[in-house]
Structure formats: structure tokens, C-alpha cells
Ligand binder design. Sequence first.
Ligand SMILES: [Zn+2]
Length: 185
Amino acid sequence: MKIDFNDYARGAGLATDLVNTAPEVRRIAGEALAALPDLRRFLDERGVDAELTADDLAEVHELRRELRVLLDAEDEDQVAEGAADLVRRAGIGPLLGRDADGRWKWQVETAPDSPLVDELAALAGLGLLGALRALGHNRFRHCASPDCEGAFVDTSKAGRRRYCTPDLCGNRINVANHRARHRTT
Ligand SMILES: [Zn+2]
């Protein structure tokens, strides 16, 4: 796998999405990665190609716990060190690749035959490092919904994201706010 340095939104997004598949976040719907086909779909939707084996699910659950610790960390140096540890699990140093227009771009390559979980660790770790450097630690947030234990990294341009899963957590509150506005006008 080759991971673009500048496309930190992809890795940070994967870290966010993975963390929010956990049963402690999805208290009503429950574990979103309960079986291998769930993981298959999760990876397909994020353009990650992999041959899955029976061990992958438990390993990805463990990575999810490690990512949650980093998203929750109050000390940004802990984020930087922890994310670098994740990158080291499969990353073997920078190289130059070409973008669609033929221009050079920085990439990190993962070691051949790395286990899936280590490739995901490198992808997510680089995303967290990139987001921390480019956007700052205040983009690492807890979901604003009072009913949700989710966490996320806001890589949006405006930086005003409030919910871990905007379609789910934002919805009910948006509706309530909308009604409240209507009542006062
Ligand atoms: Zn949420």
C-alpha cells in the first residue's frame, strides 16, 4: 500500500469511522463490525483492498481501541507519539510517487506482506499525524450529541463539524433546533 502524505483526510476519516463502529458508541445499533462481511464492506467503502482472514476482525477491533485512545488523548504529544507508533507497524519510509498530473508527491509505502491491521494502522496513523500538523489538536473532538459517545477528527475546511456521524447524531438535534427556531419566529 502507498499512502499519500498530503491526503491526511483519508486516514483521519478512516480512524474516525473505525472508532465509531464500536458498540460503546453505537449503543442502540450495536457492534457495526460483528463479522468478516461487515469488515469487508467497511474496507470496500473506503477503497482498501485486502484479502481477509479469520484473524483480521479481532485485530481490527484491537486497532479500533488504540485509535480511540488517541482520539481521546488530551495531550497532543501523546497523539503524535502514538500515531507514529502506528505508522511504524508497516510503514517503511517515504518515497516519491506521481499524482494524476504527473507531479511528484510524497508517499509512505508499507512493507510487502504486512498484515491488514498494520496497513490500516499506518494509514490511520499517518492521517492523524497529518491532521494534527495541518489543522491542530482542537480538530480532535468528542461528538456533540448528548446521546453519543463517538469521537472524530474534523478535517473539513471550515472546521465546524460537531458530530461523529452527522447523518445519525446530528439529525435529531438538527430537527429540534429547527423546530425551536420556528417557534421563536
Ligand atoms: Zn455521535
